[in-house]
Design a protein around this ligand. Structure first.
Ligand SMILES: [Zn+2]
Length: 151
């Protein structure tokens, strides 16, 4: 009855706690510039985080450095992982896609994972898909080591 209509809530995605911590650490290391990276994974599960350089070196936008992107795409293939997600940070604003993020969202299959450091004591990580300018948020389940929720 409910089906997969636009009103049904999106299914959760699974990110190991250690991966989330690595993303936040990368965001903090690059602040006040935006940090970025690529996430390898499979299905609804993130498996590996590949930090990259922000070629823009900007506090308000990012481009995954082309050299890093090439290297990471090779590594994904080596590990048998999909290009699961694209990570970047918002040093001062909330963890929600900016108009620029939406405009340059070239990967409709990927999850856009955004970290916010707006409250430095409470970093926030959220996941979205951006398709044809339309933003859908996917709830994140943070998995503890050795735990695989839902499997
Ligand atoms: Zn952004």
């Amino acid at each position: 009855m409910t089906g997969d209509g636009p009103r049904s809530s999106p299914p959760p995605v699974f990110i190991p706690r250690s991966l989330a911590d690595a993303m936040i650490a990368h965001a903090r290391a690059e602040a006040p510039l935006e940090a970025c990276g690529i996430i390898g994974g499979s299905g609804e599960r993130a498996l590996r985080f590949y930090p990259a350089r922000n070629a823009d070196r900007s506090p308000v936008r990012y481009t995954v450095h082309p050299e890093d992107q090439l290297r990471i795409l090779w590594e994904l293939e080596e590990h048998g992982e999909e290009l699961w997600g694209i990570f970047h940070s918002h040093p001062r604003s909330e963890a929600y896609p900016s108009p620029t993020d939406v405009r340059f969202a070239y990967y409709p299959e990927a999850y856009y994972v955004i970290a916010s450091l707006a409250d430095p004591a409470r970093p926030v990580l959220r996941a979205f898909r951006i398709v044809d300018g339309h933003i859908t948020e996917y709830p994140i389940v943070f998995e503890a080591p050795g735990e695989r929720a839902g499997s």
